[in-house]
Write a protein that binds this ligand. Structure first.
Ligand code: GLA
Length: 723
C-alpha cells in the first residue's frame, strides 16, 4: 500500500497535458508532458505572441495511435516499446536493458541577466534511474544550450550505451542539411543535402578533437535549401572537443528527429550509483532569417557568454612559424622582436622548436614532451627572451603542445604508461607523435604543470598557442577502463583548462590543432581565439574563414598574413583583417612598399577592429557562388560598417560588370558616406567619399565596390553622417 502511494505521488496521472515553453525573445521550444507523463516536443520555431496558445499546439495527431510520443520524444529511451534511434540506452544493475522515462517535475529560473534555465526531471518508474534535461535559454541572442544529466541509485553500476545531449524534433515538408567536412589545410567545406527517409549520421572518432574529417556543426534548413538571409534554419554545434555524433532521422510523416551528443562509439560507460554523468551541451539557434540570422545569433552569444573576453580586445601578433619553422636561435629571435615592433604588432609569438635537449626539437620527430628550453638555441632561456621582447617594446607569447609526446623524448622514456597505446600492438604515430592519457589524473597534473611552470617562471608571458596535432590511435588506457577513454580524455582536458583559467583568467590563448581541427565551443570556453587552418593561402582562406563564420565570431578567428600564394600584400592583409589580424612573415624581407603599407594597415585595423570584433556580420556574396566574395560588419548602433570584397576567381573579366552589391543591417533612415581604406601607398580609389547615401539606398540599390583584375580586394568604411 505504501509503495503504491509513493508511486502515485511520484507519477501522478496527468489530468491535463502540461506545456513547458522554453523561450527566447524570438523563438520557442515547447515541450508537452502528455497524459501518461511522457515528454514530447510540440513546437520548435517562432515564439508565439500569446503563451496561452501553446496549449493549442496540435502535437502529433498525425502519428500512429499509441506510438506518437516516441517520434516526438524530448529524450527517447531505448529498450522498451521504442523502435527508433534512442537518445539514451542503458543496462541496469540487474541486467535489464530497458528504460522508460516519465516526467516528475520541472523548474525554470533565471541564472543571470537575460538567461533562464529550465530543468526537467524524468524518472524510470521501475528503477531509481533518472535523467534531468537542461535547457539554458539566452533571451537576447535566441540561443539555447541543451544537455542532460544522468544518475541512478541502483545497487550496482549501470552501463550507459548511449547518452545524447539533446533530442530535438522539427516539423516541415523538407529538410536540407548543410554539414562541414574536410581535411588538414582544407577544413570545414560545406555540403548540402536534402534528407531522405532513414538516418543521416555525422560523426567523428578522432579522440583528441572533434574535427578533421567532419566538423561538429550543422545547419538545417526547413522546406528549401538554406538561404543566406531568409527562411527557417536551425544551426547547431556541439560544445565538445572529442568524438561526436549527430543523427537526423525522418519519421514516416516526414518530421525530423535530431539526436546530438558525444559519440557512443567504443564508449559504453559504467556509471556508479550516486554519480552524475553530465553530457556536453548542444548549442543551437532557430533563425527565421536564414543562415545569416543564425550566425549573428551564435556570434553574439559567443561574445557575450562563451569566449573569454568576448567583448574585449585582441593582440595583433607576429608569429615565426612560417617565417623560420624550426630553424631559429636567440639572435634571430631578438631580430624578429625588433621586426615585429617595426611592423607595429602587439606581440611576438614563438612557435614550435624551442624545447628539448637530450632529444632536441629541431624537427617534428623528437622532443615533444620535454618542455625545457633547448640550450643550443636558447642558451639564456625563455626569461631572457621575454625581457628582450619587452625591451624591444613588444609582448612575448609561446607555442606549446602539452598533451602530446614524441617516442623520441625523455618523457616517453620516463613515463611510457602515460602514453595511449595498446600493450600488444606496435606503437602507431600521427605526425611522429602520440597522445598522453589525459584520463589519468597524473597526466592532467603534468599538463597543467607545463603551463603553470611557464607562467611561474615568466609571469609576464603574454600569450599561449595551445596545439594538438595528433589523433588517438590504439585507444587504450593503462589506468582507466578502455571504453571510458574517449569520454574521460575530453573531461580531463577540460579539467586542466578549468584549473588554468582559474589561475590565469585573463591571458589570451589560441586554440590550435594541426590547423583547425579543434574549433568547437567546448574548448572555446577557455580560449580567446582559434587557428582556423594551416592553409594560409589567402584565396583559400576566404573560403575557410567564410565557412567558419557560420558558427564562430570574427574576434576569435586568427588570420595571419603570410607568404603563401602569390597574392599582393594588400589582398593578403585585407583577407586577414576579416578577423583577428596577425602576421607570419619575415618582415626584414618585405619590399619597402609592402612594409609601409602594412605599418599603415595596422593603424587602419586599430580603427576598424571594434566593428569587426563586435559588429553584426552580413555575408553579402559567397565565394562558393560568386566571383566576388563580400562581407559586411555593422556596429550595434548602425553608425559604422566595414565592408570587405575580394576577387575570388581569376577567370577572364571576373568581377567586372557585376551588379551593385546590396548592403544589409544599416539603418534605412540614416545617411552614410562610403570611403575606401587600406589602399596601397600612392594608389587612388574610384569610390567618391563625398557622396552621401541613405541607408535605404545602400540596402535597396547597393553599390559597386569596383573589384576586378587591378583591384582584387577592397575595404570600404561606411560611416553615418550628421548624427
Ligand atoms: C601545427 C600548427 C601550426 C604550427 C605547427 C608547429 O601544424 O597548426 O600552426 O604551430 O603545428 O609544429
Amino acid at each position: 500500500m505504501r509503495l503504491l502511494l509513493l508511486l502515485l505521488l511520484t507519477f501522478p496521472a496527468f489530468a491535463a497535458p502540461i506545456e513547458i515553453p522554453i523561450e527566447t525573445n524570438r523563438t520557442a521550444l515547447v515541450i508537452r508532458v502528455d497524459n501518461e507523463g511522457h515528454l514530447t516536443i510540440v513546437h520548435h520555431g517562432k515564439r508565439l505572441q500569446q503563451a496561452t496558445e501553446y496549449a493549442r499546439l496540435p502535437g502529433n495527431a498525425r502519428l500512429y495511435e499509441g506510438y506518437s510520443e516516441f517520434y516526438s520524444s524530448a529524450y527517447t529511451p531505448a529498450g522498451s516499446r521504442n523502435l527508433l534511434e534512442p537518445a539514451i540506452q542503458a543496462t541496469h544493475a540487474d541486467g535489464n536493458p530497458s528504460l522508460d522515462l516519465m516526467y516528475v517535475r520541472h523548474e525554470t529560473k533565471p541564472t543571470g541577466p537575460g538567461i533562464t534555465r529550465t530543468d526537467i526531471l524524468l524518472k524510470d518508474p521501475q528503477y531509481p534511474f533518472e535523467v534531468t534535461l537542461h535547457y539554458k535559454a539566452y533571451q537576447k541572442e535566441d540561443v539555447l544550450e541543451g544537455w542532460s544529466t544522468i544518475r541512478h541509485t541502483e545497487k550496482k553500476a549501470v552501463t550507459l550505451q548511449k547518452f545524447a545531449s539533446a533530442n530535438l524534433y522539427l516539423s516541415a515538408n523538407h529538410y536540407y542539411l548543410t554539414h562541414y567536412h574536410g581535411i588538414h589545410a582544407g577544413e570545414v567545406r560545406p555540403e548540402e543535402t536534402q534528407l531522405t527517409g532513414g538516418m543521416k549520421v555525422l560523426d567523428s572518432k578522432l579522440g583528441t578533437r572533434a574535427q578533421m574529417f567532419q566538423a561538429p556543426m550543422f545547419m538545417l534548413s526547413l522546406n528549401q535549401p538554406a538561404q543566406e538571409e531568409q527562411g527557417e534554419v536551425l544551426a547547431g554545434t556541439l560544445a565538445w572537443s572529442g568524438n561526436f555524433q549527430f543523427q537526423f532521422e525522418l519519421d514516416p510523416q516526414h518530421n525530423l528527429r535530431l539526436l546530438a551528443g558525444m559519440n557512443p562509439y567504443a564508449s559504453a560507460y559504467t556509471l556508479e550509483p550516486g554519480r552524475d554523468f553530465t553530457t556536453p551541451a548542444l548549442i543551437y539557434t532557430f533563425s527565421t532569417q536564414g543562415m545569416g540570422g543564425a550566425s549573428r545569433s551564435l556570434h553574439r552569444w559567443a561574445r557575450n557568454h562563451r569566449i573569454p573576453n568576448g567583448n574585449g580586445d585582441r593582440l595583433t601578433l607576429l608569429n615565426n612559424w612560417e617565417a623560420t619553422y624550426f630553424g631559429f636561435d636567440e639572435p634571430k629571435l631578438v631580430e624578429l622582436f625588433k621586426d615585429g615592433r617595426k611592423l607595429g604588432v602587439d606581440l611576438f609569438l614563438l612557435d614550435d622548436g624551442w624545447f628539448g635537449n637530450k632529444f632536441p626539437r629541431n624537427n617534428d620527430r623528437a622532443g615533444l614532451g620535454d618542455w625545457q628550453e633547448n640550450r643550443a638555441k636558447l642558451p639564456h632561456g625563455l626569461g631572457y627572451l621575454v625581457k628582450e621582447a619587452e625591451g624591444a617594446g613588444i609582448k612575448f607569447g609561446i607555442w606549446i603542445e602539452p598533451e602530446m609526446v614524441n617516442p623520441k623524448s625523455e618523457l616517453y622514456t620516463q613515463h611510457p604508461d602515460w602514453v595511449i597505446k595498446l600493450p600488444n600492438r606496435p606503437d602507431a604515430v600521427f605526425r611522429n607523435q602520440q597522445v598522453l592519457d589525459l584520463s589519468n589524473p597524473k597526466v592532467q597534473d603534468f599538463v597543467y604543470g607545463v603551463v603553470d611552470d611557464l607562467f611561474t617562471k615568466n609571469p609576464t608571458l603574454g600569450f599561449i598557442k595551445w596545439d594538438c596535432n595528433a589523433v588517438i590511435y590504439n585507444a587504450y588506457s593503462a589506468t582507466n577502463p578502455a571504453n571510458h577513454l574517449y569520454v574521460d580524455y575530453g573531461r580531463g582536458l577540460y579539467r586542466v583548462l578549468e584549473r588554468l583559467r582559474a589561475k590565469y583568467p585573463t591571458v589570451p590563448m589560441m586554440l590550435c590543432s594541426g590547423g583547425g581541427a579543434r574549433v568547437d565551443y567546448g574548448a572555446l570556453q577557455y580560449f580567446t581565439e582559434y587557428w582556423p587552418s594551416d592553409n594560409t593561402n589567402p584565396t583559400e582562406r576566404t573560403f575557410i574563414q567564410y565557412n567558419y563564420s557560420s558558427f564562430f565570431p570574427a574576434i576569435a578567428s586568427c588570420n595571419h598574413v603570410t607568404n603563401s600564394g602569390s597574392a599582393p600584400i594588400k589582398f593578403r592583409t585585407d583577407v586577414a583583417m576579416m578577423g583577428k589580424l596577425g602576421y607570419d612573415i619575415v618582415v626584414s624581407r618585405m619590399p619597402a612598399n609592402d612594409l609601409a603599407f602594412s605599418q599603415e594597415a595596422l593603424k587602419t585595423y586599430a580603427r576598424l577592429k571594434p566593428v569587426i570584433y563586435q559588429g553584426d556580420l552580413f555575408r553579402l556574396q559567397s565565394p562558393h557562388t560568386h566571383d566576388v566574395m563580400s562581407v559586411l560588419y555593422v556596429s550595434d548602433k548602425q553608425d559604422k560598417a566595414v565592408w570587405f570584397s575580394y576577387l575570388i576567381s581569376d577567370r577572364f573579366k571576373a568581377g567586372a560588370d557585376q551588379p551593385p552589391i546590396r548592403l544589409r543591417g544599416l539603418d534605412p533612415a540614416k545617411r552614410y558616406t562610403v570611403q575606401e581604406t587600406n589602399l596601397m601607398p600612392g594608389s587612388k580609389s574610384p569610390i567618391d567619399p563625398t557622396v552621401v547615401y541613405s541607408g535605404d539606398f545602400l540596402m535597396s540599390v547597393g553599390l559597386d565596390p569596383v573589384v576586378g583584375g587591378g583591384r582584387t580586394s577592397v575595404v570600404l568604411e561606411v560611416t553615418a553622417v550628421g548624427q
